[in-house]
Design a protein around this ligand. Structure first.
Ligand SMILES: [Zn+2]
Length: 338
């Protein structure tokens, strides 16, 4: 059992909700469960959000729903995780507090550090509800369209995704995220879009409303495009990264400043991604040693710009970030060879 306690709120008065998102965030004391009564109390659905403190669309949506006294079809539990990281100045900047682990890489690891204990407290809590469906709501750190991520493409998982988006990444990656856990009911992750995209706030709000209003949450409302088994392009632990329009001296990798533009488009072979100081790919690695960086990416020497990093084949890139801290601690982007 975990030794971290979540705060439970069973009745939220309008004054406590706060008129603004910041008042609401300040009212929360730490990781919190908000219990909302539905039209029907024999069933329950769960929305987890703010596992990452810099991803506010889910919290914004919950704030809006509470302000409007939205009544869900069934009992609903909103689990709001990284409250402290989110409200640490600058607000909604920290994915996790400095020196701490990424909370959404700590599920199922049975370790005793703070983030792993919090992950296990959230998992234990979710298990007690006998929920019928769980959504884990995020933003991408770079700008881009919404998509869902799931370890299964069962009809139920696809139907859950359809409340939010028409895209699903069906992943074989195992990183320690909540969405990989064996829970008593289906769970998917939704990436509502970029943390600063207005569209993402709307996707989160309309998606949660749809997910919580449906009598049958597993009735699929739109077709889903599926993308299978992405890989992650990562920086070696000793590497350093910069984002710029030209190679940055001293960086082991410089990525194009406008790299986010490639999110979900078709990126053809020979597309410039960035620059390397040397004629090799040693500063890069993939999530899985069975795959080689050189099967997907190449270095080419150029007269003006030194060594250019390019795609070797057609790829679909997503979760592209321009945040150097997130690129080095997590990954540069995910990609699929169509
Ligand atoms: Zn996230």
């Amino acid at each position: 059992m975990s030794s971290i306690k979540l705060t439970h709120i069973h009745k939220l008065l309008p004054a406590q909700v706060g008129e603004t998102l910041y008042q609401f965030l300040n009212y929360l004391s730490g990781p919190t469960v908000i219990h909302v009564k539905g039209e029907e109390s024999s069933r329950c659905r769960v929305v987890v959000t703010l596992l990452h403190g810099n991803e506010p669309s889910g919290l914004k949506a919950i704030h809006q729903l509470l302000l409007s006294q939205f009544k869900p079809a069934v009992d609903t539990k909103f689990i709001i995780a990284s409250v402290v990281a989110a409200r640490t100045e600058p607000v909604f900047e920290y994915r996790m507090l400095p020196g701490q682990k990424d909370l959404n890489r700590c599920f199922g690891n049975h370790k005793r550090d703070l983030q792993s204990l919090l992950a296990s407290a959230i998992k234990d809590e979710v298990q007690t509800y006998q929920a019928e469906a769980i959504i884990d709501l995020h933003n991408t750190s770079g700008s881009g369209p919404a998509f869902s991520v799931s370890v299964s493409n069962s009809e139920q998982h696809l139907a859950m995704a359809a409340h939010f988006t028409h895209r699903m990444i069906v992943t074989d990656l195992r990183l320690g995220s909540i969405m990989e856990q064996r829970l008593a009911c289906p769970i998917i992750t939704v990436e509502a879009g970029g943390a600063y995209d207005d569209d993402a706030d709307l996707t989160a709000l309309e998606g949660i409303k749809s997910f919580l209003s449906a009598n049958d949450v597993f009735k699929q409302t739109q077709d889903i495009e599926q993308l299978h088994n992405p890989r992650r392009l990562e920086l070696n632990p000793s590497g350093s990264i910069a984002y710029a329009q030209l190679p940055v001296k001293g960086a082991s990798l410089t990525m194009r400043q406008d790299i986010e533009r490639l999110n979900f488009g078709t990126t053809k072979a020979n597309q410039l991604l960035g620059w390397l100081p040397d004629n090799n790919l040693d500063t890069l690695q993939l999530d899985n040693a069975d795959f080689n960086v050189s099967d997907y990416f190449v270095v080419e020497s150029s007269d003006q710009e030194g060594y250019q990093l390019k795609t070797k084949c057609t790829l679909t890139l997503f979760m592209v970030t321009t945040r150097a801290d997130i690129a080095s601690s997590d990954c540069l982007f995910y990609f699929i060879k169509p």
